[in-house]
Design a protein around this ligand. Sequence first.
Ligand code: MN3
Length: 207
Amino acid sequence: MAHTLPALPYPFNALEPHIDALTMEIHSQRHHKAYVDNLNKALEKAPDLAGLDIVTLLRGINNVPADIKQAVINNGGGHHNHAVFWEVMGPNGGGEPTGQVADAIKAAFGDFAALKAKVKENGTGQFGSGWTWVVYDPAAGKLAAVKKPNQDSPLMDGHVPVLGIDVWEHAYYLKYQNKRPDYLDAWWNVVNWKAVEARYVAARAGK
Ligand code: MN3
């Protein structure tokens, strides 16, 4: 079964003024769509992998044949990273973390301010394109902040992405131009903590 572009769970302008409608439209309908299309194209050469969901495919990246492995890393990673990104944002977002994920942030980072500082450091420190992530590390049994280049998925490291911010220029250039740190500060106004907590709870349950 072919991978499909998920529907955005809110209108393009729902994250204004922090993320502008045109960026959301181009980002979701063209950039994300290209990853999905190119992933499907790459998998035409590996029919055995066609039935795997995207998470299973990326966790098992070392089982992917060498001739399409990099295409799956780039486009499969691009597909899943963006699916997570749309999910952990939303209208009327922001504020302080709540529930189980608030406790997990306190345990791993001390407090929310320290987490934001680490996410910003990773996002501004990622040279070129990539992502700044908060992941659940099953081996350590806690949250961690990591940066990844390009579309490399944290799933390939055995981590579960709980929250991520895209720092490719296509994610912020129309509104923020070269000011990536300003975009990273503004991003917390659109975080959907309910969705982040749900991802954390599922990750702890081994899903
Ligand atoms: Mn992107």
